[in-house]
Design a protein around this ligand. Structure first.
Ligand code: KE4
Length: 428
């Protein structure tokens, strides 16, 4: 047994902030982060032996639950055949074919090792294909930590109050134009001013890095129309939403086909992976066929491919039914518990990913997210944690359930929320 204070102090002696990704340091909610020793199904176990019902799910990849037997078996068998070859393997082809089978907008794929690499490559491809420099992104959207996109970014950048990071050159920032999520007026104004310079618009079709904010009716269709009219590419960052819904991705739910789709998280089942895909004519501009260079030592890693294949194979209709049952039960339970406590909350949900806001209604953009009572979030986080429920240590993240979240797991969490919501309501 290792006390969290002890291991965190040790970690701070070797890792920046004691962590390898900022949001894990709990800076915005306070307290000493727990260190995880193991996990199985919907439950985490920390180094002190305490158990928690997990609603972070490694930020999305663990959609089946932790240590899913099929995934463990697939990764173990792959590891016994070596963990990396630096040469093509059959698993890359199999996983690519599985993804193509669910995304009609994708003819060809390139695997990389993170969502950041996927979006970074997508931008380079868009610029390489159009000969244009500028990119439009949306305030509060997060696409990983590449320079051009760490401007008015969500997730950890927003959590730590540095949406536009130091170290980004003026040129990078100049080439990134920030629009308001769900505002076609803001996008039209940008195209009126700079349309001929814009290589691409990149968007999280459901924004999962400022809480979970849905697209307004017609917003995604509007982006498709204006980019097509003005010769810019449309990039959907589906790193969170890809395979989170039974339809595959948001693009299949709304019927809007982007030019490039970025994926990650679930397609690797918890191992490092990212991917970008699109029409053959576009993707073939990437090296080795085309001139736009991209490469990676561990791209298409055999263990990550085995994990992704096993995960997608296990995402059956009955798995999605379990996911829907768990997520809708949590949504209903939180709403009724908060209602009984007299605490205004608003919940958004896309399949098995949810957002919760301390407000009367679901916000539509970053400005309205920041107008919600985010100050109540630390009380929610710690109140639930001490009762055995682990949520994101940031108000600007989403909640995830897995196929391992049974009715009993969800009902225990909802029961715990009664007291937590009541305490928050009394603090108003
Ligand atoms: P990675 O480079 O972290 O694999 O993926 C970047 C990324 C790209 N696009 C979207 C929509 C994303 O949400 C992410 C990463 N998500 C965050 C959590 N919201 C990762 C967690 C973290 O940064 O520690």
């Amino acid at each position: 047994m290792i006390k969290r204070e002890e291991i965190y102090a040790r970690a701070c002696g070797s890792l920046v902030g004691g962590v390898d990704s900022p949001v894990r340091a709990w800076k915005s909610v306070g307290g000493t982060p727990i260190f995880i020793d193991s996990a199985a199904g919907a439950v985490l176990r920390d180094t002190e032996g305490a158990e928690y019902r997990d609603y972070v799910s490694s930020w999305g990849p663990m959609i089946l639950g932790h240590a899913s037997p099929d995934v463990v078996r697939a990764v173990s068998e792959a590891a016994a055949r070596s963990s990396s070859y630096g040469a093509p393997c059959v698993g890359e082809v199999e996983l690519a074919e599985m993804i193509k089978g669910r995304f009609p907008s994708i003819d060809l794929i390139r695997f990389v090792s993170s969502g950041t690499e996927a979006t970074m490559t997508a931008l380079r491809l868009a610029r390489g294909c159009t000969g244009r420099d500028r990119i439009v992104k949306f305030a509060g959207n997060y696409h990983g930590h590449n320079d051009g996109l760490l401007v008015s970014a969500g997730s950890g950048a927003l959590t730590h109050g540095v949406p536009t990071s130091p170290g980004i050159t003026a040129a990078s920032a100049r080439d990134t134009i920030v629009a308001r999520f769900n505002s076609m007026d803001s996008v039209r104004r940008i195209f009126e001013e700079s349309g001929g310079e814009i290589a691409a618009v990149i968007v999280e079709p459901w924004a999962g890095n400022m809480g979970l904010v849905p697209p307004a009716p017609g917003f995604l269709e509007g982006l498709r129309e204006i980019t097509r009219e003005r010769g810019a590419l449309l990039i959907f960052d589906e790193v969170i939403t890809g395979f989170r819904v039974p339809e595959g991705g948001v693009q299949n739910v709304v019927g809007v086909a982007p030019d490039i789709t970025c994926l990650g998280k679930i397609i690797g089942g918890g191992l490092p992976v990212g991917a970008l895909g699109g029409r053959a004519g576009l993707m073939e501009r990437l090296s080795p066929i085309g001139p736009v260079y991209q490469a990676g030592t561990l791209s298409g890693n055999p263990l990550a491919m085995a994990s992704g294949i096993a995960t997608l194979k296990s995402l059956t209709e009955s798995a999605y039914d379990r996911l829907e049952r768990a997520a809708s039960r949590l949504e209903r339970g939180f709403k009724s518990a908060a209602g009984r406590a007299g605490l205004p909350i608003a919940i958004s949900r896309l399949g098995s990913v949810l957002g919760m806001f301390f407000s009367e209604s679901v916000p539509s953009d970053l400005e309205s997210v920041q107008a919600t009572r985010g100050d109540l979030y630390p009380g929610f986080f710690h109140g639930m944690l001490e009762r055995g429920d682990y949520f994101a240590p940031s108000a600007f993240e989403a909640m995830f359930v897995s196929a391992a979240h049974t009715d009993e797991i969800i009902d225990a969490t909802v029961a715990n929320s009664e007291a937590v919501f009541a305490k928050l309501a009394n603090s108003l």
